[in-house]
Structure formats: C-alpha cells, structure tokens
Design a protein around this ligand. Sequence first.
Ligand code: MN
Ligand code: MN
Length: 479
Amino acid sequence: MDLVFRGGMIVTAADTYTADLAVEAGRIVQIGQVASPGAAKIIDATGCYLFPGGIDVHTHLDTPDFNSRTADDYTTGTIAAACGGTTTIIDFSRQERGRSLGEAIDVWSEKARGKAAIDYGFHVIVIDMYEGIEDDLRRLPALGVTSFKLFMAYRGLSMVDDRALLAVLDAARDCDALVMVHAENGDAADYLQKRLLSEGKTEPKYHADSRPARVEAEATARAIALAELVGAPLYVVHLTCREALDELRRARLRNVDVLAETCTHYLHVTSDDLARPGFEGAKYVFTPPARSREDQEALWAALKDGELAAVSSDHAPWNYHGQKELGRGNFTLIPNGAPGIEERMTMAYQGVATGRIDVNRFVDITATRPAKIFGLYPEKGCLAVGSDADIVVWDPRANGVITQDGLHHAVDYTLYEGMSVTGKARHVFLRGRQIVEDGIYTGEPGYGRFIKRRGPQAQRGLMAEIHQRSAPHHLTRSP
Ligand code: MN
Ligand code: MN
C-alpha cells in the first residue's frame, strides 16, 4: 500500500466510525485496522474527520457571458476548489448560438486540458435549437456527458421556450441523460426589470424585486409539468425559497422524478445584502436572488429531511472592479453570479457547526448524492473499498475567519468576508495523491482528469433510493 490514514473518524452518508484507511494505486484498498503498513506514508488523522472528496456539480469556469468572461479559468478555479475540499466538479459547457453541442464539448475540453487540478466532468448547456440537435443530444452520453441544462430565464439571451424544453426532455429520456433547468419565468423577470427601470429604480437592491419567489416557483412548477408530460427525470438547479419547495412537494405527491439542489449562498446571504452601502450590493447579485432568513431556514430543513439533494456553489465569479461595475446606474447590467467554489464545503459545514444538519447529511449533500445523481458513484462520493482515494482530512475544531486574502480564486472578493467559521479542509487527496497539505495547494495542475459519467437509467437503483428518501411520506414535517 502507498498511504495509510491512521485514527481518523470516517464519515459516510450513513455512518461515522474510527478506523484506519489504506490506499494503493489511487484507490481505497482497506478500511479497518491496518496492522502492517509496510513502506506506506502514514497520515495522522487523529481528531479529524475523513470525508469523501467534495463534489460540486454546478460551476462556470472560463465562461463567456454578459459581454465578459468569468474570472477563474480551470487552473485557478480548480485549485480554489481543491483548497476548499472539493475533488470533482461538473462544469457547464455552454453552446454558442449557431454552433453545435459537439463544438461546446470540444471548446470546454480545451479549456481544461493541462490545467485541471481536480477531476471534472461536463454538463452541456443548450442555448440554440438547431436542425438535427436531437441527434447530437443522443450522441453525448457515449462521450460521458449525461446531463443537459436549459435556461427558462434570460429572455433574448439564453432563454429557451417550453417547446425546446419538451424536446430536450424527450431526447434525454431516450438517451439516458438528466435535464437540468434554471427555473425562473424569463418573461416575467424581463417585464419587472423594465418596469423598475422606468420608475428610476436602478440600484442593485432592485434585483430582488425584479425576480420574486413566485417567478421561480412558477417556472419550477412548469418545468416539472413538462418533464411529467414526457416521463423524463428532472433536476432543478439553485432552488432558493419556500414557494419552490412547495412545488417540489406537490410534484412528489404525484410521483414525478424531480430532484433539486440549493447553493451555498442561499444558505448564508439574504436580500438585505443587496442594499449594502454604495455599490457593494452588486457583489450579491446572482440569480435567482438571495431571499429571506425564513427561506434560509426552510432550505436547511429541506436539506436535513432529504428533500434537497445537494449543495452546489454555482461558482460564477465576476470581479467587482471592471465587471460588476458594468451595472452602475442599471442593475440589469450587473453580471449575475458570485464566487463560492472554495467556500462551499466550509459554508455547508456551518450547518453541522450550528446543529442544523448532522455530519452524515453534510457528506450526503456535498458528495454522496451529487455522485449518485450525476453518474459518478461509487468511484466518487464515498469512502469504501474500491472507490477512488479522493479524501479530505477535515479538522472540525479549526476556527477561522473567511477573508479574500485567504482564498485561492482569481476573483476580487468573497461573499463571506469577515465571517467566523468552524471546520476546515486540512489535507486533500485526489486518487491517492496529496494535493493540499495544511491548507496549501501542493498538487500539479493537469493531474485532474475528465470523468465520463453514467446516465440516470444506468443507475436506476440509486435514483430509486434517492426518490424514496425525498418522498413526502418520509418527511418528519407536514408538507
Ligand atoms: Mn442559473
Ligand atoms: Mn449557474
């Protein structure tokens, strides 16, 4: 064996127990008492948790949008992820208007080549329904791209109509892929934006008023109905509020196969942050907008109960200087999105530190269920014999303060500046190789590799288990 972790508390989505863990050739080969480690390197994990490497299924690296480009490329973005305890991302490969889906995958493969510090896969974003796109969609799963994302928002830009959404859902069901939706009513948001601007309401705080909860809930219900019409599974990205949770519950009472994630910032930021003095609120402009404290508590409760499957970062880093500033005098021109790829694990862990979720649920929503839903399990997302040795040695007692200086991303701010946090990724291993040591990146960009993923039908058993656990009759609270 190459590596032995001694004395750590192994945490899975189901159990917490103390044991040694041995690694050979990049995989976990033994869990239990390792009596004769031979020449293996020993990692003393006493007093620490061992988590499966974090899996972030919602990132936007090196992505052109809003007449600009996100601030992190594959090198800076994946080093930041690694330092936060994430060892796999699934990044959004975005189709350009007038270009094929295959070209989008080629372009993203080039962006990642030689640069990725952690393992990665791609979703494809469908922007433009060209002649023959259904055939191209059906070819993607063979390439390991088993999820297709569409926007119901951003009218005139990336928004698709219901017919396009139906066609992609239909194709995805046939070729074993999962459709993901950004669920907001794009016509309503566009109308409300224009009305606010015409009333002279141009500051960042009006971003929240331009896309209230009902804008999200309506589109969530509509996407669910369309998926139901053609019998395709659906994954709702960045669910933010009680109204949308209600739609999820209604769908599950009808046995619709719908899963949903929330994102880190919806658990920690509220719409009040948009009203910070000066133009600071622009840092908090992401879509859907941050909601209320009551919504935050409802999201934590839904994570605890299993109704929400994952916490993703939606890492869409725009610099405050030079990018967010494009929207001075007109909030609709502020690039939508915020960084969080490095902060995600720590900020989700605050749910453990404050008693809102237990440590097993933390592993479940940051690694295990994302791996199951997106076709990475059991190679990724769990600590078991035979799994990739993607391991985080987590110090649950580390107390710290989040600051921009302490982070590795290339963007010029963090949403969580000055926030006191408990828990930290001390050491991080990817396929048995140490890539973070005492919080310092020690890996080599380019070591990360592309992971071909399976589709939802290929892992029917796992999906059935997830649906079972998120079904209303399993909940402790009445829907
Ligand atoms: Mn989105
Ligand atoms: Mn996004």
